[in-house]
Ligand binder design. Structure first.
Ligand code: ADP
Ligand code: MG
Length: 595
């Protein structure tokens, strides 16, 4: 007897399960399905993301629906359009051997009349987001007055998203006798409130930390200085060449910024947040699913619908405001029996939050060091060797082989291997060989004015509608400088500060003599307190520490910082600055997009 058969499921559902390739029920399925099949009861089931909750309510629900009646018999509420579609899809799969059972998805951002028409044709199950469902009820486009079952899926997320009132109102249109099944990953106060207010003696099921959903995920944290966050992220990616990840930021703005930087640095990355149109979001998700995107930078809200199974890493670029949200983030990896890693990049002051999270997830974090350049080079080399091993030979090359052979005749196999690796690898090596250690102990204190940099005062600021980004762009353009040449832009009300390498000082001061912008004179001066500031710092440092005399922070100056400077020196004045670095960047870009 099949393990699913034992739960009491009918042949048509069993057949569908067989088609899907499910062999054994997950714990939450094992616990919920028999109860839901055998009893008419309310139920609260708590289980981690990725533990198969959809099937836990989906299988019994399908079995309980009377497909001879066209009446709407069940309503499933879910937080996002993506989840809504996903559940609808799954239910269609589960019920493919059950004739004339119709499942209709109802969600915002699509034609409501089209959805209403589908319901009119007879939808025994409606899967809806709360907002659109409210609309439907208000406009009398759906009738849920005689449903037998209401499922609140991902209840914690729905409440997080502020759907309490909508849920309450929707439930008021359902019959008292219906059964309510609530599924959630966590049980915050709001969920408990729903359970006690709208449910009747629910059976409670908790799938503890022993369930596969969490056991498959290991948790790591990396202590870095705040300003090194981005570089730490890059290194984590470089140290995991096959990474397929979601990177969480706190705000839409940070999400966009980090994604843009990653793209600029040659990674296959994209942003996913609420400021994108539905269409844009769909495109991003499509590229992510097909692995064209390896690093998806997302806000918590936007990531809610991500239903991709093979995510290898979740990276918390910033911890969430609500610590409970961490569970949702880390639950994006380690799904469907696979292993996953959830990484957190934090600064010292946040370590106590890690302890709080450990209590919530009942799992320990491992503190790890951001890999250094050497380590990353080693990893990349082995990865390259593996890639070569796996590569299928392209026989279109064959006709050219004699010529190639001739050109390379003099080299032994060993030499050839070395040469091939050097072609691919030297630039990578150069990028990392002088990269600083990013672990927070070794990387100085707060950002500082480096020797060799000049800090300026400029008499425009936020009052002139500048923010740091637009001012940086403006300066780069006016000065005709490269991306990393203007940095530490600090915009205040009616004035701002910025830095350049001291060798640009003449150019900066020269450009801004009698310079007018939108009818206004723009005045730039070297800041007065710069020198005293520098002196103070130097004394403070006391010459005791090595590696610290130049705190090049690679997000601003690039890890190319030092190299760039020496290559610049070789440039004739006015020459294309940092072109060599661009080459390195581009070739890294190429390398990565090939991978
Ligand atoms: P949750 O709602 O708990 O986050 P899902 O219902 O989305 O989890 O399921 C996560 C993944 O696990 C899906 O890809 C689903 O197809 C798969 N899955 C669910 N149940 C089983 C099972 N019994 N055996 C194998 N895979 C399963
Ligand atoms: Mg789910």
């Amino acid at each position: 007897m099949n393990a699913f058969q034992k739960l009491g499921l009918d042949t048509d559902v069993l057949q569908a399960i067989n088609d899907m390739g499910f062999e054994t029920p997950s714990e939450v399925q094992d616990k919920s399905i028999p109860i839901l099949l055998a009893q008419e009861t309310d139920l609260v089931a708590l289980a981690q993301t990725g533990t198969g909750k959809t099937a836990a309510f989906g299988f019994p629900l399908i079995q309980k629906i009377d497909s001879n009646s066209k009446k709407t018999q069940a309503l499933i509420l879910s937080p996002t359009r993506e989840l809504c579609l996903q559940i609808t899809n799954e239910l269609k799969n589960y019920s493919k051997y059950k004739r004339s059972l119709n499942v209709v998805a109802v969600y915002g951002g699509a034609s409501i009349t089209e959805q209403a028409r589908s319901i009119e044709r007879g939808a025994q199950i409606i899967v809806a987001t709360p907002g659109r469902m409210q609309d439907m009820i208000r406009r009398k486009l759906a009738n849920i007055s005689s449903i037998g079952y209401c499922v609140l899926d991902e209840a914690d997320e729905m409440l997080n998203m502020g759907f309490y009132e909508d849920i309450k109102s929707i439930l008021s249109h359902t019959p008292k006798e219906k059964k309510t099944w609530l599924f959630s990953a966590t049980m915050p106060k709001e969920v408990a409130k729903i359970a006690s207010k709208f449910m009747n003696n629910p059976v409670e099921i908790t799938v503890g930390s022993k369930n596969t959903g969490t056991a498959n995920v290991s948790h790591e944290y990396y202590l870095v200085n705040h300003r090194n966050r981005y570089d730490a992220l890059k290194r984590l990616a470089d140290a995991n060449p096959d990474i397929f990840s979601v990177i969480f930021c706190r705000t839409k703005r940070d999400t966009q910024k980090v994604a843009e930087k990653l793209i600029e640095d040659g990674y296959n990355a994209a942003a996913l947040h609420g400021d994108l149109s539905q269409n844009q979001r769909d495109l991003v998700m499509k590229s992510f699913r097909t692995r064209q995107i390896q690093m998806l930078v997302a806000t918590d809200v936007a990531a809610r619908g991500i239903d991709v199974d093979d995510i290898t890493h979740v990276i918390n670029y910033q911890l969430p405001d609500e610590i409970e949200t961490y569970t949702h983030r880390s639950g994006r990896t380690g799904r469907a029996g696979k292993n996953g890693v959830s990484m957190v990049i934090i600064s010292k002051s946040e370590v106590r939050k890690i302890r709080t999270i450990e209590k919530i997830i009942q799992q320990k974090f491992e503190q790890k060091e951001i890999p250094d350049g050497k380590e990353i080079c080693k990893i990349q080399l082995f990865h390259l060797a593996n890639d070569i091993k796996k590569t299928e030979i392209n026989h279109d090359i064959d006709p050219y082989l004699p010529t190639i052979n001739e050109a390379l005749e003099e080299f032994t196999k060993e030499e050839l291997i070395k040469k091939f690796f050097s072609v691919e690898f030297t630039r990578f090596f150069n990028y990392y060989q002088k990269a600083p250690d990013l672990s927070s102990e070794s990387a100085g204190g707060r950002p500082e004015v480096s020797e060799g940099n000049t800090r300026y005062f400029i008499n425009v600021g936020s009052k002139d509608s500048f923010d740091w980004q637009s001012l940086k762009d403006f300066l780069k353009e006016v000065l005709n400088l490269g991306r990393d040449d203007v940095f530490k832009v600090d915009v205040k009300g009616s004035f701002s500060f910025f830095n350049t390498d001291e060798k640009h000082a003449e150019l900066v001061l020269g450009t801004f003599t009698e310079f007018q912008h939108q009818g206004r004179f723009i005045n730039v001066e070297i800041t007065k307190d710069q020198k005293s500031e520098k002196k103070g710092r130097r004394r403070e440092r006391g010459g005791g520490r090595k590696n610290n005399s130049r705190s090049f922070d690679d997000s601003k100056n690039g890890s190319f910082g030092k190299r760039k400077r020496s290559s610049d020196r070789n440039d004739k004045k006015g020459g294309r600055k940092g072109s060599r670095n661009k080459n390195i960047e581009n070739s890294l870009k190429r390398r990565r997009s090939k991978a």
